[in-house]
Write a protein that binds this ligand. Structure first.
Ligand SMILES: [Zn+2]
Length: 106
């Protein structure tokens, strides 16, 4: 896969709830619903979680040091675009933003 240059951070990002985008499944532009990807609880059966349980078991605690230095001014915003015609979802490169908002456009 080709690596894309990360886009510069946006301080405030507003996205309409529905916007027209290219659907790679229909191979044409269709209206897409914009969803924000939420963080889910890690499954206890997933590899990373199993390793975490193994590493934290017994003596010695957390496997990673606490991050040092200042807090980052922006956060990565994960957005999912769902095609309203075929109901399939796809992503675009993630953007860093201070604040993210979905706006209703009529
Ligand atoms: Zn589609």
């Amino acid at each position: 896969m080709e690596l894309k240059k990360p886009s510069p951070p946006v301080t405030f990002m507003i996205r309409p709830r529905v916007l027209k985008r290219y659907c790679p499944f229909d191979k044409k532009h269709t209206p897409h619903e914009v969803e924000r990807v939420k963080k889910r609880k890690a499954s206890e059966l997933k590899w990373g979680q199993r390793r975490f349980r193994r590493v934290t078991a017994g003596y010695r605690g957390f496997p990673r040091p606490k991050p040092e230095g200042r807090e980052k001014p922006t956060r990565r915003v994960y957005i999912r675009y769902r095609c309203q015609e075929c109901k399939k979802a796809h992503h675009s490169p993630n953007i860093r933003a201070k604040k993210f908002e979905l706006k209703e456009v009529h």
